[in-house]
Design a protein around this ligand. Structure first.
Ligand code: ATR
Length: 279
């Protein structure tokens, strides 16, 4: 079996996924390749899928700006991805294109890899910053954990309100302005920055700063270029623990690779290697 895989998006040329999935193919001793396919916004996704079928693709990833748009072109969409309203992984199975979303689960597993007891200890308070696609996926996955509250802080409050609609659990969610979050930041055990603020070339930007943080708080940023964002540097300077974005990239990819190949690839040394590539 030859695993023809790839990524569609616009733009895609900066993506680290080819490196990650080539490493996974090597580690699992499977034959295949992972290609970057830049799909111009004028192109039809139906045509791209036809082309993939013709070329024998086993599956592919989807990135910005097609994670939501792809849903209506697929034969099936798994329940979690449908709830989130976005797909980042598609597999060809029995002649059908089936969509999944591994971003939220990837985030949760990445956090657990650095802080294994976080979700097992006493119930925690979490703050999500941002209300875009990434926040939606992470929020839906966090709702499966025994948390006390997951508040959402965002510049536009109504965007956060629409994410809150995903909540069918007993976990509480309040919507906050960024200013309010700044004032009460020290009540949270985990603060997750999910927007692209602070991403290169705007690496000096920070979505919000906190006057005080506790040393047992975890501050997490899903931006991984640069690895040490201004937000994480700020958190570190206040004495908090930090969690960098590149691990989510690896864990969501590991989940996607499992969907395509049914292989569970160990991530040993990959975080360090990825850090070197990104530095
Ligand atoms: P994605 O799907 O990649 O997560 P998105 O849907 O465009 O991206 O969402 C971007 C998020 O970043 C939103 O929470 C957005 O805030 P708004 O909902 O108010 O638009 C947030 N964002 C982007 N630039 C921002 C900025 N300069 N300051 C504050 N928030 C910002």
């Amino acid at each position: 079996m030859y695993y023809q895989l790839g990524l569609i998006g616009h733009p895609v040329k900066q993506s680290l996924s080819p490196w990650i999935h080539s490493e996974f193919l090597k580690r699992s001793q499977l034959k295949g390749q992972y290609q970057l396919i830049d799909v111009h916004p004028d192109e039809s996704l139906a045509h791209v899928l036809q082309q993939f079928e013709h070329e024998g693709y086993c599956g592919f990833n989807i990135t910005v700006p097609y994670k939501e748009k792809i849903l209506s072109y697929l034969d099936e969409v798994d329940e979690h991805a449908r709830k989130v309203g976005a797909v980042n992984t598609v597999v060809r199975r029995k002649g059908k294109w089936i969509g999944y979303n591994t971003d939220g689960l990837g985030y949760v597993r990445a956090l657990e890899s650095s802080y294994p007891t976080f979700f097992k200890e006493t119930k925690k308070n979490v703050l999500l910053i941002g209300a875009g696609g990434a926040a939606r996926g992470i929020y839906a996955s966090l709702l499966t954990k025994p948390l006390l509250r997951i508040d959402i802080a965002n510049r536009t409050l109504k965007h956060a309100e629409s994410i809150k609609m995903l909540n069918d659990t007993m976990i509480q969610t309040d919507i906050l302005s960024l200013e309010h979050a700044k004032e009460i930041g020290s009540i949270y055990d985990l603060i997750i920055q999910t927007t692209d603020v602070g991403m290169k070339p705007n690496e000096h930007e920070m979505i919000v700063s906190f006057p005080a943080l506790r040393k047992d708080q975890i501050i997490s940023d899903i931006v991984y270029q640069p690895i040490m964002t201004a937000f994480l540097r700020h958190a570190k300077s206040k004495g908090a623990k930090i969690h960098c974005g590149h691990s989510m990239l690896l864990y969501q990819a590991q989940e996607a690779f499992k969907i395509w190949t049914n292989q569970w690839v160990p991530l040993e040394h990959m975080e360090q290697k990825l850090t070197k590539i990104l530095e």
